[in-house]
Structure formats: C-alpha cells, structure tokens
Design a protein around this ligand. Structure first.
Ligand code: SF4
Length: 359
C-alpha cells in the first residue's frame, strides 16, 4: 500500500495518554521525523498530504478531563489529533504543540499526532462503571475533521462509542469531511444529545485562503451547514475570530450574517480575535507580511495582552448584536460546547455517575 510504503520511521514506545504526552529530554529537533513521542508507532509522510507528517501513536486514554477551575464551558474533551493541518494563523491552540516539543508555528500545521486506537480506547473508558456520562466536547483544541480524518477515519468509531454508551456530545469543525458522517450523527442524535457546530467567521474567500490555508473555503462550509439542516440536524455557528480591520466592517459582517442566515444556521456565537502567547507571535508575523499597515494598530489594540481593548470589545459587541438581529438570530444561543452535565437517565442507569474521577 502506498501509505505503508512511505512510512519513514517505524518505532514503538509505551502507550500515549491524553494527559501523559511527553518527550524525553534530549529530543530530536522539532521537525525531525525521529522525534521520540511516547506511544509512537511510526511517522508517515505521503504526496497526498504534501508537507504534513503524521505521527501515529497508540493512546492509553482519550477522554480528557479539563483542569478544574478552567474557564472553558466544557469538562470532558476528546482530541483524536494533536496539531491541525487546517493551519489557521490565528488558532488559539498553537501553544499546546510546544508541550510535545514541536513549535507553535509551522510544526502545529504540519506535525500531526494521530491517536490511531482512539475509538477502541474510548469504548473501554466509556464502559467503566465510574464514567458519569457527562457531555463530551470534540473540536476544542484541534479539528477532528481535519484532512487526516479522511485517511484515518477515527470519528465514526468515536461517534458510535459515545452514542452507544449514552454519552451526549458536541462537535465543532471547519472540516466539510463531516458531511461523510451526517447519517451517523443523525442516528446518534436519536440516542443521545448531539450538538454540531461549524466554525466560520468570514465570507471573504481570498482572505480565508491565506489566513486559514488548510480549511475548506467559506462557501463549502456554508454548503455543509445547508446539508446538516437538510438532514434535520441543528447547526450553530462559531463566528470567531472576527478580525479587527480585516473582517469587522459593516460590509463584512453583513455578508457573513446574511450568508449564515441563508444557509439555515440555527444560531451564531461571534467574538473578536484572541491572541494568546504562541498564537500572538505567529499571527503578528503573518500580519506584518500580509498587512504591514495594520501592525501598529494591532499592537495598540492588543497592548494589554491577549484580549482586545474594552472600547473595541464594546463596539464589536454592538455591531454583532445589530447584525444578528437584522438576520433573525435574536433569541438563538449560537454554538457552544455545553458544560458537562450528566443526563438524568444516565444518572439513574449509572448511580456512581459524577462520584468518581476517571483517572
Ligand atoms: S481548524 Fe480550528 S484547530 Fe484547526 S487550525 Fe483552525 S482554529 Fe486551529
């Protein structure tokens, strides 16, 4: 098989747990295919995914408990991939790649960890008596429908495992590959609560091509929203990030909200760009190459750190409110991974739910 023939470093190591990703000291350079990742089976590159290396690992666990005290609106996550070939310059998750001793820039886009046994491990974790059937969020750190999913097909097994165990879940993606799983998601939604969200914050195709270079084009994501709605599934939209001076004009917001409304989005959550460390450096480098006139403006707007100024935030909130109302999104909650709550029936069926930690 062509894929197998192109394996470049067959290796074996102990299994990888979501919370136990580590690289021994003295690691090889970040982009080196011989990087000694824990659980690494092999590293693979192939012409079909030019410029991307997949590091196939066996995971010890895939259900990840978000640290207590986190501001995130979810408590349990699954990330079958680490790193993301969608390569959004503004991706807030970039810094997480440095925990693997990859860099937060090009390595995040091109060195993708694949938990090849994700579905199998998940089934075991979900079958434990201590599992509380909490809501599980997918697409919180990297995109589960990034291009690699076309090859590895991890999501069907994950969806089946969640639904058959009675575990509600949500999926957020930019990947139109999700359309492959619409029948499966539809079936899952008859078993558990399923929330599907599409990430789309601009309709400018030429800007998207340079700032989200690995993603399906905005119009393709609009068609995906239509398909989800035609299938009878709700589909919220995460319209983040809105980019100051690039996608925040009245024309840009009108185009975005009109398109989302026409596609049948059931709600929109929108907000400004967030520039945490790791992302900030990569984004500012991109900005100086593509929009040098905006560099000083951004430095002023983000002068106090990761967030926009209060004045800008207030202004943008007002504009978003106006365009949401104009296109009928009043009262709709938009998309958000919901905070984990055990389903009532699950609590009955599993009386230990919520009383024990999985790890
Ligand atoms: S699709 Fe999401 S996870 Fe992937 S690079 Fe873009 S923002 Fe990051």
């Amino acid at each position: 098989m062509r894929w197998d023939a192109q394996a470049i470093s067959p290796r074996r190591g102990p299994a990888l747990g979501d919370n136990s990703v580590s690289v021994p000291s003295g690691a090889a350079p970040a982009s080196d295919a011989l990087l000694p990742l824990v659980g690494l089976v092999r590293s693979v590159s192939t012409p079909e995914f030019s410029g991307v290396t997949f590091h196939e690992v066996t995971a010890k666990s895939v259900l990840n408990k978000v640290a207590s005290g986190s501001q995130m609106p979810f408590e349990w996550t699954i990330n079958p991939y680490r790193g993301c070939s969608h390569a959004c310059v503004y991706c807030f998750a970039r810094k997480s790649h440095t925990y693997l001793e990859f860099d937060a820039g090009h390595d995040f886009d091109s060195q993708v960890i694949v938990k090849i046994n994700a579905a199998e491990v998940l089934r075991k974790e979900l079958s434990k008596p201590a599992w509380g059937h909490h809501h599980v969020a997918l697409g919180t750190n990297t995109d589960p429908y990034q291009r690699a999913e076309g090859r590895y097909q991890l999501m069907p097994g994950i969806i089946r495992a969640l639904a058959e165990s009675g575990t509600p879940f949500s999926v957020l993606t930019k990947g139109t590959l999700l359309s492959r799983d619409i029948p499966l998601l539809k079936h899952a939604s008859s078993q558990v609560s399923v929330d599907v969200g599409i990430s789309l914050a601009m309709t400018d195709e030429s800007l998207a091509a340079v700032i989200e270079p690995g993603t399906p084009a905005p119009r393709a994501r609009l068609r995906l929203i239509l398909r989800l709605r035609d299938a009878g599934l709700s589909c919220g939209v995460m319209a983040m990030p809105i980019l100051p001076w690039l996608t925040d004009s009245d024309d840009a917001l009108e185009s975005l909200f009109a398109a989302l409304s026409a596609a049948g989005a059931t709600g929109v959550t929108a907000g400004a760009l967030y520039l945490r460390p790791g992302t900030r450096e990569w984004f500012m480098q991109w900005l100086s190459a593509h929009h040098p006139a905006l560099v000083e403006k951004y430095k002023g707007l983000y002068g106090r750190g990761a967030y926009v100024s209060d004045e800008y935030k207030t202004w943008l909130t007002g504009r978003i409110k106006y365009f949401k109302a104009r296109h009928g999104f009043t009262g709709s909650s938009g998309f958000s991974h919901r905070r984990a709550t055990a389903r009532k029936e699950a609590a009955v069926a599993h009386p230990t739910a919520g009383q024990a930690k999985l790890f």
